[in-house]
Write a protein that binds this ligand. Sequence first.
Ligand code: DMJ
Length: 571
Amino acid sequence: MAWPTVGYLRRQTRSRYRYPVILVLFLLYVFFPIPWPSGHAPYEYSNHHLTFRGTPVIQHAFTTPSADTGRLKAVKAEFVHAYNAYRSRAWMHDEVKPLSGGTHTQYCGWAATLIDALDTLYIMGLEEEFEEAVAAVHRMKLWYAPSLACSINPFEMTIRHLGGLLSAYDISGQRDERLKRKAVGMGEMLLQAFGRNGIQCRAILWPRLWGWPCTPNSGVSFARMGSQLLEFVRLSMVSGKRKWSDRADFAAQELLRVQNKSRIPGLWPRNFDGTCDQGLCDLTDGPQFYTTASGADSSYEYFVKTHLLYGAVDDSYARMWAAALPQLKKHILFRPQAPNNADLLFPGEIMTFKDLPQSFSGKVEHLSCFLGGLFALSSRTVIDNTEDIEIAAKLTNGCVWAYESTASGIMPDTVVFEPCPPSNPKCTWNELSFAANTRKHGDATLPKGFIKVERPEYLLRPEAIESVFYMYRITGDEIWREKGWRMFTAIRDASRAKYGHASVANALVNATGQVEENQMDKMESFWLSETLKYFYLLFADPRLVSLDEWVFNTEGHPFRIDEEYRGQMYA
Ligand code: DMJ
């Protein structure tokens, strides 16, 4: 029998068989849906050059992923307001001053805000602005200081300048060789910031003689040791040259060497002596301070993230994090006394001595609010367990609560909370003990649960919304978008200024009507690279810059995870 022709089939389906055929196909579709091999529906998503194809491993498998368009527009409007102020008042300078419209030089005048904002411009679809900015960056002579001499902070320039350039290159599809060349040039310059012993210096004077190494000092921070890992590894991948990843690996090996020799084996004290001939000096009998905030934060973060970028080549980063994790849970995390017995967590600080008992403090910096997001990411990539995602939620909720407790709706920069004592295992709220404690510190007007506020300002920092973003992308729970929106409106209302957004002088007060009196003339570049980016991505379609494809550096710059390295797990 000859095969029926297309015309024959078309005639048949137009005839009496049409409706029975449609009905049969419909019933087949309802009762026998095609099973996806992994249990998750593979995604197919494309937004200009940002595509996502594959099955989510890290991110939640959203059944109907969608953007919250109204909120997305509101965030973008604030970004455009701040960027335009920079563009018109401080173009090519480091920062615009949001109140006076002046300029501020912090990083040798090498356009920190512009370079930090590049990838956000692209992600938000501001393509014309992106092209203009890339052309301007291309014309910059990065390694000639405009002033006679300026001091470079290699830590900041690695995460902001090198991170910003690499991310702009990756996010725009690795097409623009100008960005790659600039990143390589920046990388060459940053190599000058290491002493002969392989340790990074705190600052180097620029311009300087090439090949004349700087001298690391006796107070090298843990954060400085590990925070070039991600950028240097990515730069090596992109350039095909190992000199950067070798440098970063050396620092990581040094951290590995001392990891179990500290007073809390598995954790690193905040400071090391960097004056020895080779690598770090051994730890001494002096006091050791442990924290996850300033001086430590990004190194913890980079072990997990470098594993994502590079784990297929070297899994020692995952192992280092895996050894630190139980110690963080045991020694650093604490449950604060909070009204309504809220079940929250914060990271505290510990000072240890050779012959004295260690002392624990419930002092929490806004900087350490990144930890919730890191626990969430780690639970999907390094150590796969449900306890860690619960801890992540409690940590993130700790910062959300600190935001929602103040009159402005924003968490101050440094707050002391009261850890629940072992004598109160259920952490029942005790009004009398709280009143006594706040009186002791001289301020009875603080929000309930706040013992002391050491730094009341809000510097436009990203860490709290960063964790909210991770929680949303990883759990898919819409509640995180609601929490993030409340944070956004509070920050917008307190910080909006004529020329961008201003740091808030006192986050404890609601300055409605006199907002400017509570503002400082400072807008850090991370407002555009991080804070507004995380807000935007929280409300965007979750497939945009998916965590399965991108890993963010500590300044909020996403680097592409090369296909062959995706989905690494180590347990
Ligand atoms: C940013 O520059 C980075 O997030 C860094 O790791 C810590 N400090 C700021 C933001 O608060």
